[in-house]
Design a protein around this ligand. Structure first.
Ligand code: TMP
Ligand code: ASP
Length: 233
């Protein structure tokens, strides 16, 4: 099977293969934060992100959410449909943390009255700013696409918050992305992992996600391994 590198990102490499219409996403052990100003790497990060994404995409599909997932082909690789991506990062939050705490002046850990959905513009150059529908229309994103993004975010949250709760984890917030396949269907894409979610242990409040790296807290390799165990164990 011939693989051609299509694109190398901060934490993954994407390849085209002989098969039409699919891609291989190879998750690396590398990490960046703050728009690549901070760099690091730890053992089995790629394995956790690929394996957790695969398990969660399968679970979401079984619960009626269309995703790009096809199969996990090895420890660090998933095969997906090839999509045309929307330039949108959909963030859903249940508890205040990170940029929402800064935006609203909320203490980290404050439970939100209802989930908050945010649409950010996927642009490293601009630092992924939070935009409204008027801005997105100007950028060529349609109302149908924006509505799909918000509804998908809320639906994924409705399915995954209880999934993690049963495993002793508070799903504080997460980021997902959306793309369109060759038949025109919009669907969930990218990854769902400790890189793209905030996971707090329900009992102890311990952070089990990339914030341990962003904030130099230590124990990041152990935290990722623990999250993989909670999801697949
Ligand atoms: P934020 O509070 O920094 O805006 O992050 C919200 C969620 O989005 C959090 O679960 C981490 C995730 N996220 C990404 O997946 N990629 C990013 O580049 C950033 C900044 C956050
Ligand atoms: N997307 C950010 C970066 O590359 C990472 C993050 O904070 O999650 O640097």
């Amino acid at each position: 099977m011939s693989e051609t590198l299509l694109y190398e990102g901060k934490a993954k490499k994407v390849f085209t293969i002989d098969e039409e219409g699919v891609l291989l996403h190879h998750y690396k052990d590398d990490a960046t934060a703050f728009n690549a100003q901070k760099r690091g790497s730890w053992k089995d990060k790629g394995k956790t992100n690929a394996t957790m994404s695969a398990a969660l995409f399968k679970y979401l599909e079984a619960n009626g959410v269309p995703t790009h997932f096809v199969e996990q082909t090895d420890d660090t690789t998933i095969k997906t449909k090839k999509l045309t991506m929307l330039p949108v990062e959909v963030v859903v939050r249940n508890v205040a943390a990170g940029s929402l705490s800064r935006l609203l002046g909320f203490e980290e850990g404050r439970k939100l009255k209802a989930p908050i959905v945010e649409l950010c513009y996927k642009s490293d150059e601009l630092g992924d700013p939070l935009l409204n529908w008027y801005h997105f229309r100007e950028l060529g994103v349609s109302d149908e696409e924006l509505e799909f993004c918000e509804e998908l975010g809320l639906k994924v949250n409705e399915i995954l918050a209880p999934f993690f709760d049963e495993r002793g984890i508070t799903l504080v917030d997460f980021k997902i992305e959306v793309g369109r396949d060759s038949e025109g269907q919009l669907m969930l894409a990218d990854e769902i992992s400790p890189d793209t979610c905030r996971f707090w242990d329900k009992e102890t409040g311990e952070k089990l996600d990339k914030d341990r790296f962003r904030r130099d807290m230590g124990g990041v390799e152990e935290a990722y391994a623990e999250m993989l165990r909670r999801v697949t164990g």
